[in-house]
Design a protein around this ligand. Structure first.
Ligand code: SF4
Length: 440
């Protein structure tokens, strides 16, 4: 199975994609001056990295410039494959007090993803379907089967932290109105049950989990175990993100791990042979995050590392989302594309959503809801309209209902998402052409 992927990687080799080729005699993990000690002193993960990646994705430390190395050394998350999506609109780092994101000062000529393209399929080459080389988990297969017939809905799990009963109660509200629940992060509650345990709790209520895995709290060994546990729990998908720095949440006292970044995590998740049945592997795309013009190329690197589903983050409304999806499809991505839809039905929910997406929501979205006579109904109606507009965009396969809740409001917000899901799924499914060669 692994040989098939590597064979495909070799076929996709394109010297145009590299600034410089990797000399054969160089070790796989080559230390460069300026790289953080914790990065270049540790050997590559034996499972996730078999050999240097053919397009220089996970051996970026070998092929990237010194300017890139300097930026990585200055990044508080030590990202090999920066910049993260937390770059503020004014170019500031997401970590308070750090100043400007270090990657924004890397000259264009040193941007390592600039020429990375997904190779166009060669009809005569009979390239194996890499994703299909592993058996899918039942939940992943079911999700794909559903996506082949109608738009899919993934709802954020908005449940009280560290409450099994709270997770079960929210799951009971959403079951039947979403195809999966994304167990992501919460900026105000960093301490959460492990993703695999939340997946078990959801499964107990008949809800498929889409497990969010971040690199903030676990090193590569712990992450590898967590991914295996999620697979064993029967998740439909694993969502691979770098994660916010602890300095942005309510536990700034915690050490920032960041042994891997999102691209390395994708490779770990997609290449692990410990998975008896493979969940889908998803990544986030933040088209509006600076440097906006270079975000697609970085996303292509994530896809090249093994992602087969893309969640497109809030980026200003259906119009900008359509542009981002069109560019992604034009680049050759044939997997699933799910777009974020904000669900805001109260002042508390608005505050939480604004904390991570205020400048990336459609202009006036929150104000219109909060000034309405019935914000709860107004929020549901606005989300349904937003979802319908997004689902009408060619190349979009579904939506991610994106929400947050203040303490004690989790159940109400989950009910609102269930109502949005009910109305969206109750609408006639649009018939959208699917690209050939999608995930299987
Ligand atoms: S915004 Fe993200 S990538 Fe940029 S320096 Fe800060 S943590 Fe690093």
């Amino acid at each position: 199975m692994r040989a098939s992927r590597q064979e495909t990687a070799r076929r996709s080799w394109n010297p145009r994609t590299l600034r410089s080729a990797v000399p054969a005699e160089q070790p796989r993990c080559l230390a460069r001056p300026g790289w953080p000690e914790t990065q270049h002193s540790s050997p590559r993960n034996a499972v996730s990295t078999v050999e240097p990646h053919s397009v220089g994705v996970t051996n970026i430390r070998v092929v990237a410039s010194d300017a890139w190395a300097v930026a990585a050394a200055a990044c508080p998350k030590h990202m090999s494959h920066g910049p993260c999506a937390g770059v503020r609109a004014d170019g500031a780092c997401e970590v308070p007090g750090v100043g400007r994101c270090s990657y924004l000062d890397v000259p264009d000529r040193d941007w390592p993803y600039a020429d990375v393209l997904i190779p166009a399929p060669d009809p005569g080459a009979a390239i194996p379907d890499v994703a299909g080389a592993w058996p899918r988990s039942p939940a992943a297969a079911g999700f794909l089967a559903t996506a082949a017939t109608r738009p899919v809905v993934v709802a954020d799990l908005v449940a009280p932290a560290l409450s099994a009963d709270g997770v079960r109660a929210c799951a009971a509200e959403i079951v039947g109105f979403a195809d999966a629940c994304l167990t992501g992060d919460h900026p105000g509650a960093r301490v959460q049950f492990p993703p695999s345990y939340r997946a078990r709790l959801l499964a107990g209520e008949g809800v498929a989990a889409w497990a969010g895995i971040n690199c903030r709290d676990r090193n590569r060994v712990a992450i590898e175990g967590e991914i295996a546990a999620c697979a064993d729990a029967g998740v439909a998908g694993v969502h691979c993100v770098t994660g916010d720095h602890p300095g942005t949440g309510h536990r700034p006292d915690a050490a920032a791990v960041f042994d891997l970044d999102s691209i390395e995590l994708v490779e770990l998740a997609s290449m692990s042979l410990a998975l008896p049945a493979r969940p889908l592997c998803s990544v986030a795309h933040a088209p509006a995050a600076p440097p906006a013009g270079k975000r697609l190329a970085r996303l292509l690197a994530k896809i090249d590392a093994g992602a087969d589903v893309v969640f497109v983050d809030h980026c200003g409304g259906a119009g900008p989302l359509a542009e981002a999806v069109a560019a992604l499809r034009e680049a050759g991505f044939s997997g699933l594309v799910l777009c974020c839809v904000p669900v805001v039905t109260s002042a508390g929910a608005a505050e939480v959503v604004a904390s991570f997406a205020a400048d990336r929501l459609p202009p006036g979205y929150l104000d219109a809801i909060m000034s309405a006579p019935d914000p709860a109904e107004s929020g549901v109606t606005a989300a349904v309209h937003f979802a319908e507009a997004v689902l009408a965009v060619p190349g979009v396969d579904g939506v991610n209902l994106s929400a947050g809740a203040g303490p004690g409001q989790e159940l109400a917000v989950t009910r609102a998402m269930a109502e949005v899901g009910r109305r969206v799924l109750g609408a006639p499914a649009a018939s959208r052409p699917r690209p050939a060669g999608g995930v299987s």
